[in-house]
Design a protein around this ligand. Structure first.
Ligand code: CAO
Length: 424
């Protein structure tokens, strides 16, 4: 049995943020019914194409384990089918532009009227306020949520990160909101609305930078490299390069081969508890007792010198050798892994974090599996659905259409082209 077995999800999501959420629900065992515009589908199906004619990796990697129904929700019969889906489902998830669901004729009040037990979960770029009507993509959220202004080097422009913290990060929040609301429904019997704004999701992940904003009022941020460089702090939390965001200083340091390999680097943390071991490993035993180096607070104005010295040592080792040498001493280090290295990592395949999936149009491809492991609810990653692959199956088996009624619905143009022979 899977954790969410029996839960039906009307998946009205597209692009990345919403699909991340519904993919997790599907992996936990929910029956996720993806509603897509006839003949078009989720825009990502045909974005960043690599195999001609096949659904893109963008789409396939975000829509595993779902079923797809083509449905024009602006057509009268389409609205009838959507109403039936709302009646049948436990959860409706959407991430349309603000107001799109209202314009379709399905505001929250109407949805609740149709099914008082339903949980309606929405992602928007911003919460209520002056930007609430804006359309938002990942990098807008990274900028508006405080991440970009605090990422990058002090002497360079703000930077966005490669990790999709606005989209996939907010999808995670929404997923937690949904299962929490399902848990509450067990007791209250009622559904509720779950709302997540991408700006809020990014800010939540940038919490430590708001911490630093407030610390600036009482003095310099001593763990930032610029403190040791005597560069004055301004009014806002600055960009801190690769400095650690916590109380244990850290840096990205060059390793053997860095001249040719852009990823021959390690992250190296000089955790106070293992300082003496660091000194031994890099052959600087005198720093263990030397004034100005022996105690962690004394080291904060010398971080450049300390990390340059450590780097002289890391440059003589590969990033994996650094890991092998430091780990037995509990010195926290981490190799900078490229996507190529990750995609060839047997350990990640063994845990199901990386998976190989077969697809009828594109053949085998790599994907990221479920990052959350439940001991009693195993995840089997299955391919994403083709556009409208389950239209008839859902009309018949989930919504109970049959005979003339089924013919009427299929003939109405609301559900795209249905390959009846194949489906029957
Ligand atoms: N049948 C009929 N119409 C449909 C439909 C269906 N099955 N599915 C969608 N539509 C319609 C919508 O109702 C909308 O119509 P209106 O403009 O008349 O309201 C229209 O398609 C376009 O929807 P949209 O505005 O949501 O899509 P977009 O491509 O223009 O914008 C995005 C995309 C992501 C910017 C916007 O949806 C958004 O801001 N979403 C919220 C924030 C979010 O999740 N962003 C992250 C996206 S991942 O990077």
């Amino acid at each position: 049995m899977k954790a969410l077995e029996g839960i039906k999800v009307l998946d009205f999501t597209h692009v990345q943020s919403g699909p991340t959420c519904t993919q997790l629900l599907a992996w936990f065992g929910a029956d996720v019914i993806k509603v897509e515009r006839p003949g078009v589908g989720d825009a990502t199906r045909k974005q960043l194409l690599d195999v001609p004619g096949a659904d893109s990796l963008y789409f396939t990697m975000l829509n595993h384990n779902k079923r797809s129904i083509e449905l024009n929700s602006k057509n009268e019969t389409g609205k009838e089918i959507l109403t039936r889906l709302i009646e049948e489902c436990d959860v409706l998830v959407e991430n349309f532009a603000p107001g799109a669901l209202d314009r379709m004729g399905f505001p929250w009040e109407r949805i609740q009227e149709i099914n008082p037990r339903i949980i309606m979960a929405s992602i928007k770029g911003f919460g209520p306020g002056k930007y609430e009507d804006c359309k938002v993509y990942e990098n807008v959220a990274q900028c508006a949520g405080g991440s970009a202004s605090t990422t990058g080097f002090r002497d360079g422009p703000p930077l966005v990160t490669g990790a999709q913290i606005g989209d996939s990060g907010t999808g995670l929040n929404l997923c937690l909101g949904i299962v929490t609301a399902l848990f509450q429904r067990e007791k209250s019997g009622r559904g509720q609305k779950v709302s997540c704004a991408m700006q809020d999701g990014v800010l939540n992940l940038a919490r430590v930078k708001l911490r630093d904003q407030q610390r600036l009022d009482v003095g310099p941020l001593k763990e930032y490299s610029q403190f040791g460089e005597d560069v004055p702090f301004g009014e806002a939390t600055p960009r801190a390069g690769n400095d650690s965001g916590g109380g244990q200083p850290g840096r990205i340091l060059k390793c053997k081969g860095w001249e040719q390999d852009p990823n021959a680097y390690t992250y190296f943390i000089i955790q106070a508890a293992v300082w003496e071991k660091v000194c031994d490993v890099i052959d600087k035993p005198e720093w263990k007792t030397q004034e100005g180096y022996a105690k962690a607070p004394e080291r904060l104005d010398k971080l450049n010198e300390i990390f340059e010295t450590i780097e002289q040592w890391t440059r003589t080792k590969t990033k994996f050798e650094v890991m092998d040498i430091c780990n037995p001493h509990d010195i926290p280090v981490g190799p900078i892994l490229s996507m190529k290295e990750i995609s060839e990592d047997d350990g990640l395949f063994a845990t199901g974090t990386m998976v190989k999936v077969d697809h009828p149009e594109r053949g085998e491809y790599l994907s990221v599996g479920c990052p959350i492991k439940l001991s009693d609810s195993e995840v089997k990653v299955e391919r994403s659905p083709l556009l409208g692959e389950h239209t008839e199956e859902i009309l018949v088996k989930v919504l109970g259409y049959s005979g003339d009624d089924l013919d009427r619905v299929i003939g109405s143009g609301a559900v795209g082209e249905v390959a009846r022979d194949a489906a029957e």
